[in-house]
Unconditional design. Structure first.
Length: 168
């Protein structure tokens, strides 16, 4: 079944980091915002890295305020695709997103991060030729990435994000 990204990018002119997933999960599409599944560790990781409070799982306004405070932009590599449920392995018929408005209108520069291997592989195939910017591959925040404990994810993400900007 072909599905389109329904809620678009979240960014502001003062955004300094762009974190890209592959495509929103069923739960995120239901909630109409990023990383909506309560078992995904995305918000816990970022809260630890930025020494901030974890936003409420069901509160999109809290999540947006968190992103604004920490100058983070979010989007996905894919604008639309054929997908079964939330399974990245089922993704077909990819239409990539257009990052040019974010890159031209924010302070992201070359600070592009991809959340997991699928997002990285899709970025390299579809977006690197357009942007010319090599992304930093982060270990997936998904609960399916069970081999990575939360503390290890926080460490890896923290090193990557702090290496892209002094003063994190």
């Amino acid at each position: 079944m072909t599905v389109s990204h329904t809620f678009g990018a979240f960014w502001r002119p003062d955004s300094e980091y762009l974190i890209l997933g592959s495509f929103p999960s069923v739960k995120s599409r239901e909630m109409n915002f990023y990383y909506g599944h309560p078992q995904n560790r995305f918000w816990k990781i970022l809260a630890a890295v930025f020494h901030d409070t974890v936003p409420s799982a069901a509160d999109t306004d809290e999540k947006k305020a968190f992103l604004i405070r920490n100058r983070i932009a979010l989007y996905d590599v894919i604008d639309s695709c054929s997908i079964i449920g939330s399974s990245d392995s089922s993704i077909r018929d990819v239409v990539p997103t257009d990052l040019s408005p974010i890159l031209a209108g924010s302070r992201v520069g070359s600070r592009i991060f991809v959340n997991g291997g699928t997002a990285y592989n899709l970025y390299m195939k579809y977006l690197l030729p357009e942007t010319g910017i090599e992304p930093v591959r982060l270990p997936s925040s998904s609960a399916a990435n069970a081999s990575w404990r939360l503390d290890a994810l926080v460490s890896a993400w923290g090193k990557a994000l702090s290496g892209s900007r002094s003063g994190l």
